[in-house]
Ligand binder design. Sequence first.
Ligand SMILES: O=c1[nH]c(=O)c2[nH]c(=O)[nH]c2[nH]1
Length: 301
Amino acid sequence: MPTFLGPNQYGKAENRVVRITRDGATHHIRDLNVSVSLSGDMDEVHYSGSNANVLPTDTTKNTVYAFAKEHGIDSPEQFGIHLARHFVAGQDAIHRARIRIEEYTWERIEHSGEGAHSFVRKGQETRLTQVTHDGSSWEVVSGLRDLTVMNSTDSEFRGYVKDKYTTLPEAHDRVLATDVSARWRFRWSDDAEDAPDWEESYVQVKGHLLRAFAETYSRSLQQTLYAMGARIIDHRDEIDEVRFSLPNKHHFLVDLAPFGLENDTADGAVYFAADRPYGLIEATVLRDGREAKIPADLTNL
Ligand SMILES: O=c1[nH]c(=O)c2[nH]c(=O)[nH]c2[nH]1
């Protein structure tokens, strides 16, 4: 045969599942986007069209909804683990399952009426997880995207390389803003070990990331990135690796001199918030002795 089949996977992408739990008049929402990718003995479906090993993608979709009802959704990670285990353990031909989940969070609307069943979608970050299972080992990489943060001072950028094309003035006091996209890999990889408390872990990791952003006097976004990753690794024993992709959301001082106005950071200034181009700062922070496994390009995860 002049050709042969390379890596392949299949499944149902972007199953939108909303699970309401009732606790008397108080309701709880979990709102997920779940993508299932399966791989294994799938040569024949590609070569000859035999579907003998193919669990339909439609069935994988149904499984997501049935599991949400039967088992509930304690955390995106736990839900992903449950699904991955089911597909690999339940089908001889399926050797590996990868479950990707995005979670959209809802905040309770405080009001003086009856019941606790009104929510407003939180505009902040999207929580993410990816669970991969091959029948024996696990990889859980969680994270977030679109967590927009800004420091209105305590940031500078100077002392950089200058060549004949450099025009950027040194900044002694600038705005530092970014949309944080981060992924962190858990050490847990074996059913036999105790799994982390996924909910607690997420809240704590996000808190450390934000506090490191706020508390680091920044000489560059690179330095701030490292401080955020190092703080997570230092405080969260369950995590071995953190990867960031941080667009530098540039805020340029507007030239108001033509209008006889000084525009100086020292007494509060007016900025032009540019949307593109943007600096893009990406790096991984690792626990000593560990290897980088999260893909360099987070759009692939
Ligand atoms: O924090 C920064 N890092 C850079 O590498 C860089 N380059 C640049 O033009 N501005 C900035 N800011």
